[in-house]
Write a protein that binds this ligand. Structure first.
Ligand SMILES: Nc1ncnc2c1ncn2[C@@H]1O[C@H](COP(=O)(O)OP(=O)(O)OP(=O)(O)O)[C@@H](O)[C@H]1O
Ligand SMILES: [Mg+2]
Length: 336
């Protein structure tokens, strides 16, 4: 019996008719410690739901399950415990559900976020439609102003839907590395050109420091342009007060983060910067440091999540360095 329990690939233990633990395997020992054999299972397992399931399993032949909350190193872990009688004894096994439960939670958070982001502009639109039908019906000036705001709100929804679609497309191709060879100088120039109108509107100058030699990487032109557009656009939106943005491209024969040769693009702004505790979370979907301010400039918190997916697909790295009050530098490192 002991050898059988040891061969089970999940944490497992056998509890005897005496209510004491008869034998365990190494997975179980990792979860509960090494000195459980011989102890009463009630004292060793402690959690009421688990104990109850085992007690029932002693009385009938069916399988009984319970949730077990454990620790995996320093993080919380959830397990499902199965208890089933084997002759006079009860065999218990534990299956780790942490990852599945996190995925379920992420999915429902995601849906809640999307709904919330769509509801805000929809509520605004409905309010304006109502006013246009009633009080503002015969006032051309108010009508024009409202139509302009409605146009903005509809634009915000379109943008959100576009970003969500590009995220889902990216998830599908993330595992396949692009095969084209693209010039990073052309990618950066294209991104800058596309932003010319908003640079002018914000009275910002953006300098591109490009090396004399051509620098190429294996990549997807449109996706890389998206990466630098998103980063430059953030620099405009959140760093405008610095008056200028510096973008630089260089190569390194040995890039530490890549353990090999790579190209580095840095986008540097001189704005307010980002407090360090926010930095690890910026690439989460819908994460915004100051959601009021970000929403006011039309942000949905998906830009950096998209950047991260594209950089992953290119087997590259992204690094965010920021000093509060001085500015932010975002580096994208791509393997050659
Ligand atoms: N250069 C920057 N300086 C200061 N804060 C920044 C900078 N770049 C990003 N942030 C912060 O990180 C948050 C997330 O950025 P992200 O690009 O993912 O979303 P967004 O700009 O709010 O919306 P979207 O890009 O989807 O329009 C922003 O809301 C902003 O608070
Ligand atoms: Mg952004």
């Amino acid at each position: 019996m002991k050898r059988l329990v040891q061969a089970i690939p999940l944490p497992a233990a056998l509890i005897g008719a005496s209510q004491r633990v008869v034998c365990t395997n190494s997975g179980f020992d990792e979860l509960f410690g090494e000195d459980v054999v011989g102890r009463y299972f009630v004292a060793a397992l402690r959690q009421p739901a688990v104990i109850e399931a085992i007690e029932v399993a002693f009385r009938d032949a069916a399988e009984h399950t319970a949730h077990y909350l454990g620790r995996d190193g320093s993080t919380d872990a959830t397990f499902q415990m199965f208890a089933r009688s084997v002759g006079e004894d009860v065999l218990i096994t534990f299956s780790d559900r942490t990852v599945t439960e996190a995925a379920v939670r992420m999915r429902s958070d995601f849906i809640a976020n999307v709904s919330h982001e769509l509801r805000t502009p929809l509520t605004a639109l409905q309010g304006f439609i109502e006013t246009l039908r009633g009080a503002a019906r015969n006032d051309p000036e108010i009508r024009d102003r409202f139509l302009q705001i409605m146009d903005q709100e509809a634009g915000r929804m379109t943008r959100l839907v576009d970003e969500l679609m590009s995220l889902s497309r990216l998830e599908q191709v993330e595992r396949t590395r692009p095969t084209e060879i693209v010039s990073l100088k052309s990618v950066l120039s294209a991104a800058q050109e596309g932003l010319e109108p908003i640079l002018q509107a914000a009275a910002l100058t953006m300098t591109l420091s490009l090396p004399a030699d051509e620098i190429t990487v294996r990549g997807d032109f449109a996706q890389l342009q998206q990466v630098f557009t998103n980063l430059m656009e953030n620099a405009v939106k959140y760093g405008a007060k610095g008056g200028r943005i510096d973008v630089a491209l260089s190569t390194m024969s040995h890039q530490k983060l890549l353990r090999g040769a790579g190209a580095v693009v840095t986008v540097h702004d001189y704005g307010d910067g980002i407090a360090s505790h926010h930095i690890p979370r910026l690439t989460e979907r819908f994460y915004r440091v100051d959601s009021h301010r970000s929403r006011a400039v039309g942000g949905t918190g998906l830009g950096l999540a998209i950047v991260k997916h594209i950089v992953n697909r290119h087997r590259g790295r992204m690094k965010i360095d920021s000093i509060e009050g001085e500015g932010t530098t975002i580096s994208v490192i791509l393997p050659e």
